[in-house]
Design a protein around this ligand. Structure first.
Ligand code: COA
Ligand code: MG
Length: 291
């Protein structure tokens, strides 16, 4: 299943839930956390469960963002939605791999209670939203078979450290947030799961989004979170290899296949060795037909 575009949909908005079905996102994240006022949380839980139950045949994967494990709300969120068989849970404000092991246990218990096949609900943590979380980014390896990726965020981290802004005067992220982004990328690859880039908040700025998404893919991210339907198409495009990239990857794989037992060779005057082969294979694997 492709995992390029993940669109946030507020859990208490019928209108947005209806709209979300037709925008072509790989994943919809039905939100019970920051986009829902606490007074509406009980209604949102029911709406999200009903939406899941009404969509058993799914074009997009349906994930749910619950409230943080230490909020006192997470277990009730899970108890409400697991019976709807969500494809996964987006867990905000995690500290590290131990939180994933705990959520894995909760999910196993609720899957058993609700007759959901064991181990089928995935987990995607937002892994940079507290100061402590930055020191936990190397701890996700082998904590749970459910782990599908890691993503990061700059807004809650800025609030956590009392920053007046997470940006510099020229609009670039300050170093702390670039560090969070890089550690998320490395932590995800270290755990063998997908690194998912954070939101582009200005949803009217299509050009900025495209630039940001392409930079993320170039850096090694494999998908990106969207907050508005208009962002889904550009994100899908940015994270799909172009025909030229596929053709070149094919040639690299072929060149190695044509030279058995050879570790390094040249193509168009450029030295190629194992990392190039690995990257070419990765590119081919991420082609829409392969996915
Ligand atoms: N999912 C599904 N549909 C959405 C949507 C979303 N995230 N954001 C907007 N839409 C719909 C709107 O309802 C509207 O549809 P309509 O014409 O049928 O009413 C259409 O897309 C165009 O929306 P637009 O008028 O441009 O924006 P808006 O003012 O309605 O909403 C936001 C702007 C930012 C409030 C909205 O995009 C949103 O709620 N985003 C998600 C926020 C979120 O989940 N944040 C938490 C994670 S950071
Ligand atoms: Mg948040």
């Amino acid at each position: 299943m492709p995992f390029r575009s993940l669109l946030f949909v507020p859990g208490d908005s019928e209108r947005k839930q209806a709209k979300a079905e037709s925008v072509g996102a790989d994943v919809l994240i039905l939100d019970l956390e920051d986009s829902v006022d606490i007074s509406r949380l009980p209604i949102a839980r029911d709406m999200v469960r009903d939406y899941l139950t009404a969509h058993t045949a799914r074009r997009a994967q349906l994930w749910v963002r619950i409230n943080p494990l230490d909020s006192g709300l997470a277990l009730d969120d899970l108890a409400a939605v697991v019976r709807g068989k969500p494809d996964g849970i987006l867990l905000p404000k995690v500290a590290g791999g131990a939180d994933i092991a705990l959520l894995d246990n909760y999910l196993s218990a609720l899957e058993a209670r609700d007759g959901v096949a064991a181990g089928t609900i995935g987990i995607l943590p937002v892994a940079t939203e507290t100061a402590q979380a930055l020191f936990g980014l190397g701890t996700y390896f082998a904590k749970s078979e459910r782990l599908r990726g890691l993503t990061w965020g700059a807004e809650d981290l800025a609030a956590a450290v009392g920053a007046i802004s997470n940006r510099l005067d020229d609009g670039e992220y300050d170093f702390t947030y670039k560090l969070a982004r890089s550690l998320c990328l490395l932590g995800a690859h270290a755990a063998g799961v997908a690194p998912i880039d954070t939101i582009w908040g200005n949803f009217r700025d299509a050009e900025g989004l495209m630039r940001d998404a392409k930079l993320a893919r170039r850096a090694g991210f494999t998908g990106k979170i969207a907050i508005h339907p208009d962002q889904v198409g550009p994100i899908n495009e940015a994270f799909t290899p172009t025909d030229a990239e596929l053709a070149r990857a094919q040639r690299i794989v072929q060149a190695f296949a044509d030279s058995p037992g050879v570790g390094t060779l040249q193509l168009d005057g450029e030295m190629l060795d194992r990392p190039h082969l690995k990257q070419a294979q990765r590119t081919l694997a991420s082609a829409p037909a392969a996915a």
